[in-house]
Design a protein around this ligand. Sequence first.
Ligand code: SF4
Ligand code: SF4
Length: 225
Amino acid sequence: MVEDLQRIIHTSAARKVDIQGQGGYDLQDGESGQQMYKGKAISRFLSLVDEFGQLLLVTDEEVEKLFGEEVVAALAELGHFDREGGICSSCGGDCCRDMGCELYTTLFKRCPIYDLRPIICRLHFCHRFDAGGKSLVIELRDLFFGCFRAVDFWDSGNLRSLDVPPLAGAPPELMSALLPIMTAVQQGSLDPERAAELIRCQARDYHSKYLRHKSLITPSALQGD
Ligand code: SF4
Ligand code: SF4
């Protein structure tokens, strides 16, 4: 799976998406009735992407600011399908493993930074979600690639941080705090729950450090539309 993601991200084979929100890519999901306008969401994302101090780790609120309520509604629909079927909880994170995430281990019950997980983790739903709305799954995948592929013509650190593995763009100071915790839990010298808690603390510190730099965030990013 990671090869597929990287191939699509790093080659020009992915579907071309009109970043201005015009053209033939504003599709309606025929299975669920959910409307999600990719072009509009990509355009909104690109208009805000450089107004955030960082986009490696994002909250639910930031996802809504970045992509808009239609995307949030699509995520909620698939999230509901997930909870009802226990889909991700019964899988245990195959996609996290396949993406080579540094924070993946079977020792954790779930992603240790779930509330701050990266954008790729939020927009990716595997084939097990097809019954919940295959076209929504595809739309969200295209949304991610449409946003990330803007890096081909837009020199933006925040765009580059959308890369795979999800923490590939993490600054050394964050990884040097996280990796020893992961090593300790994998070696059995640290309790997994305690390790997850420590990782969460580091992630929150990193996220709030950028929030404290208000000068990096313009009023429009804080207020949304
Ligand atoms: S999206 Fe798919 S592969 Fe990833 S955790 Fe959920 S069920 Fe597993
Ligand atoms: S950061 Fe993303 S890929 Fe890594 S464990 Fe969390 S959800 Fe999975």
